[in-house]
Design a protein around this ligand. Structure first.
Ligand code: G3P
Ligand code: CA
Length: 306
């Protein structure tokens, strides 16, 4: 797969409610190299695609009187909400997704259901090499809150491995990265299945412990602001990661929340491509893909010798 890889962050989430099959399918149609499902658990141990275990911001759960008494609190979340681990998969399947960001198109609210990771893997598998794609689609699942879920008896290590077995990943591999903000689940997966590529997510400067991560990770997924200083110079993170043999996939590129210093989405992608990133997480994967293709075209342009 030609770098930098384009990772459709939560699907084509700039256009459709995030983490729905429809948002992933649109991302695939727009040319994404990978689709990115965040994962949480249901009460009965199924992995579903949601960014958060609280459900009110991305589903219609608050409008469902039958679930009114499930509203409760959890230590990691401010205020009351409804939480995935209190719902069976059958109950989750009665909910409908909605757009989380008020500035984005709301027209698809209430139309799509909440997919399981099994469904996301099946979609990935269905988009292998074909007349439509010369490179198989990849999937880039994130284990959300692994320490918390393990503390209530829901462990990603066996659950994810079981899903990959069901998807026949060991017989016929599709491109795969597994990511987390928590080291321990990646260490557990490295121990049980060293053949799986792992990405350590980094949000803050003080978490830049690259030599430590290189022992188990194929790469890092840093907040993009950690890669350049206020003068637009590299902070050295990319260079150090590359010296340690790790890829760098920063997040999150959003054409509708462009940092002031960039005149266009393409200018932002070009800046990070020039810094040397190996991939980008984008809500608008068509813009990321266009910037990538323009760069490839520039690099392949024949030079006229005098
Ligand atoms: O997983 C990379 C990036 O998605 C991390 O941010 O909060 O959108 O999962 P988040
Ligand atoms: Ca994520």
């Amino acid at each position: 797969m030609q770098k930098p890889i384009i990772i459709a962050h939560r699907g084509a989430s700039g256009y459709l409610p995030e983490h729905t099959i429809e948002a992933y399918q649109l991302a695939i149609d727009l040319g994404a190299d990978f689709i990115e499902p965040d994962m949480v658990f249901t009460k009965d141990g199924h992995l579903i695609a949601r960014h958060d275990h609280y459900l009110s911001t991305t589903t219609d759960v608050a409008d469902r009187p039958e679930f009114a008494d499930r509203k409760t609190t959890r230590p990691d979340h401010n205020g009351e909400d409804w939480f995935s681990e209190d719902f069976t998969l059958a109950e989750i399947k009665t909910l409908r997704a909605k757009q989380a960001m008020p500035n984005r198109n709301q027209q698809a609210n209430g139309k799509f259901d909440i997919p399981t990771i099994a469904e996301v893997f099946a979609l990935t598998r269905a988009n292998g090499v074909s007349a439509k794609r010369d490179v198989a689609l990849g999937v880039y699942p994130e284990t959300k809150l692994p320490g918390y879920f393990k503390s209530i008896g829901l462990d990603y290590q066996p659950a994810l491995i079981a899903e990959l077995k069901t998807a026949n990943w060991w017989q016929d591999q599709f491109p795969l990265f597994v990511q987390s903000f928590e080291e321990q689940i990646l260490i557990d997966l490295k121990k049980s299945n060293p053949e799986i590529s792992l990405i350590m997510l980094i949000e803050k400067k003080e978490q830049l412990l690259l030599e430590q991560y290189a022992k188990f990770a194929t790469g890092i997924g840093p907040f993009k602001a950690l890669l350049a200083d206020s003068q637009g110079k590299s902070t050295g993170v990319i260079e150090q990661a590359h010296e340690l043999g790790m890829q760098v996939h920063p997040w999150t590129f959003r054409s509708d929340q462009l940092p002031e210093v960039f005149a266009s989405p393409q200018a932002e992608y070009d800046f990070f491509f020039d810094l040397g990133v190996d991939g980008v997480f984008s809500d608008f994967c068509n813009d990321a893909k266009a910037a990538k293709m323009a760069r490839i075209a520039r690099e392949n342009k024949p030079t006229i010798k005098g």
